[in-house]
Write a protein that binds this ligand. Structure first.
Ligand code: H2B
Length: 112
Protein backbone atom coordinates (compact mmCIF):
# COMPACT_ATOMS: atom_id res chain seq x y z
CA UNK A 1 0.00 0.00 0.00
CA UNK A 2 1.20 3.53 -0.76
CA UNK A 3 2.19 5.34 2.42
CA UNK A 4 -0.54 7.71 3.60
CA UNK A 5 1.87 10.65 3.58
CA UNK A 6 2.46 10.13 -0.16
CA UNK A 7 -1.25 10.45 -0.97
CA UNK A 8 -3.37 13.54 -1.62
CA UNK A 9 -6.85 14.25 -0.32
CA UNK A 10 -9.52 13.73 -2.91
CA UNK A 11 -12.74 15.70 -3.21
CA UNK A 12 -15.16 14.25 -0.68
CA UNK A 13 -18.86 14.66 -1.44
CA UNK A 14 -21.80 13.89 0.78
CA UNK A 15 -22.27 10.53 -0.95
CA UNK A 16 -18.63 9.42 -0.50
CA UNK A 17 -18.24 6.23 1.53
CA UNK A 18 -17.12 6.35 5.15
CA UNK A 19 -14.24 4.04 6.01
CA UNK A 20 -15.46 0.65 7.17
CA UNK A 21 -14.47 -0.82 10.53
CA UNK A 22 -12.07 -3.13 8.68
CA UNK A 23 -10.43 -0.25 6.82
CA UNK A 24 -10.19 1.69 10.08
CA UNK A 25 -8.39 -1.23 11.72
CA UNK A 26 -5.82 -1.31 8.89
CA UNK A 27 -5.37 2.45 8.46
CA UNK A 28 -4.99 3.21 12.17
CA UNK A 29 -1.84 1.03 12.23
CA UNK A 30 -0.13 3.70 10.12
CA UNK A 31 -1.05 6.43 12.61
CA UNK A 32 -0.90 4.60 15.98
CA UNK A 33 -0.83 7.80 18.09
CA UNK A 34 -4.28 8.89 16.90
CA UNK A 35 -7.34 7.93 18.90
CA UNK A 36 -10.63 7.33 17.08
CA UNK A 37 -13.53 8.49 19.14
CA UNK A 38 -17.12 9.51 18.67
CA UNK A 39 -18.21 13.10 19.36
CA UNK A 40 -21.71 14.34 18.55
CA UNK A 41 -22.32 10.96 16.93
CA UNK A 42 -19.44 11.58 14.48
CA UNK A 43 -16.33 9.37 14.38
CA UNK A 44 -13.19 11.49 14.56
CA UNK A 45 -9.42 11.04 14.81
CA UNK A 46 -7.69 13.00 17.54
CA UNK A 47 -4.15 13.44 18.82
CA UNK A 48 -2.51 15.76 21.37
CA UNK A 49 0.91 17.20 20.59
CA UNK A 50 3.03 18.55 23.49
CA UNK A 51 5.47 21.47 23.31
CA UNK A 52 7.79 23.34 25.68
CA UNK A 53 5.90 26.63 25.41
CA UNK A 54 3.01 28.45 23.75
CA UNK A 55 5.01 29.77 20.79
CA UNK A 56 6.22 26.34 19.65
CA UNK A 57 2.66 25.04 19.95
CA UNK A 58 1.37 28.00 17.94
CA UNK A 59 3.97 27.47 15.20
CA UNK A 60 2.93 23.84 14.89
CA UNK A 61 -0.76 24.84 14.70
CA UNK A 62 0.11 27.19 11.82
CA UNK A 63 2.02 24.43 9.99
CA UNK A 64 -1.00 22.15 10.33
CA UNK A 65 -3.28 24.93 9.08
CA UNK A 66 -1.08 25.53 6.04
CA UNK A 67 -1.01 21.82 5.21
CA UNK A 68 -4.83 21.72 5.55
CA UNK A 69 -5.14 24.56 3.05
CA UNK A 70 -2.90 22.70 0.60
CA UNK A 71 -5.01 19.56 0.98
CA UNK A 72 -8.37 21.38 0.92
CA UNK A 73 -9.29 19.40 4.04
CA UNK A 74 -9.54 21.12 7.40
CA UNK A 75 -9.19 19.96 11.01
CA UNK A 76 -10.28 21.36 14.34
CA UNK A 77 -7.17 22.73 16.05
CA UNK A 78 -7.17 23.56 19.77
CA UNK A 79 -4.15 25.66 20.73
CA UNK A 80 -3.20 25.82 24.41
CA UNK A 81 0.00 26.52 26.35
CA UNK A 82 2.38 23.73 25.37
CA UNK A 83 -0.30 21.70 23.66
CA UNK A 84 -2.09 21.41 20.33
CA UNK A 85 -5.02 19.05 19.94
CA UNK A 86 -5.77 18.20 16.31
CA UNK A 87 -9.04 16.53 15.30
CA UNK A 88 -9.76 15.25 11.82
CA UNK A 89 -13.08 14.18 10.37
CA UNK A 90 -14.98 14.78 7.14
CA UNK A 91 -17.81 17.23 7.65
CA UNK A 92 -19.50 16.36 4.37
CA UNK A 93 -20.02 12.71 5.33
CA UNK A 94 -20.20 13.27 9.13
CA UNK A 95 -17.54 10.62 9.66
CA UNK A 96 -14.13 9.34 8.63
CA UNK A 97 -12.91 9.26 5.03
CA UNK A 98 -9.51 8.10 3.81
CA UNK A 99 -8.66 11.84 3.61
CA UNK A 100 -8.67 12.04 7.41
CA UNK A 101 -6.05 9.31 7.69
CA UNK A 102 -3.91 10.97 5.01
CA UNK A 103 -4.06 14.28 6.86
CA UNK A 104 -3.40 12.66 10.25
CA UNK A 105 -0.27 11.01 8.81
CA UNK A 106 0.83 14.34 7.33
CA UNK A 107 0.23 16.02 10.71
CA UNK A 108 2.52 13.44 12.37
CA UNK A 109 5.20 14.21 9.79
CA UNK A 110 5.04 17.94 10.60
CA UNK A 111 5.72 17.08 14.27
CA UNK A 112 8.79 14.88 13.62
C1 H2B B 1 -15.85 23.38 -0.41
C2 H2B B 1 -14.78 22.77 0.44
O1 H2B B 1 -13.80 22.16 -0.34
C3 H2B B 1 -15.40 21.73 1.38
O2 H2B B 1 -16.30 22.37 2.23
C4 H2B B 1 -14.36 21.00 2.19
C5 H2B B 1 -13.42 21.92 2.93
N1 H2B B 1 -12.71 21.22 4.00
C6 H2B B 1 -13.23 20.17 4.60
N2 H2B B 1 -12.63 19.64 5.63
C7 H2B B 1 -13.12 18.59 6.26
N3 H2B B 1 -12.47 18.09 7.31
N4 H2B B 1 -14.27 18.02 5.87
C8 H2B B 1 -14.96 18.46 4.82
O3 H2B B 1 -16.01 17.91 4.48
C9 H2B B 1 -14.43 19.58 4.13
N5 H2B B 1 -15.02 20.09 3.06
Amino acid sequence: MTELTQQKCEACRADAPKVTDEELATLIKEIPDWVPHVRDNIMQLEREFKFRNFKLAMEFAIKVGNMAEEEGHHPAILLEWGKVTVTWWSHSIKGLHKNDFICAAKTDKLFD
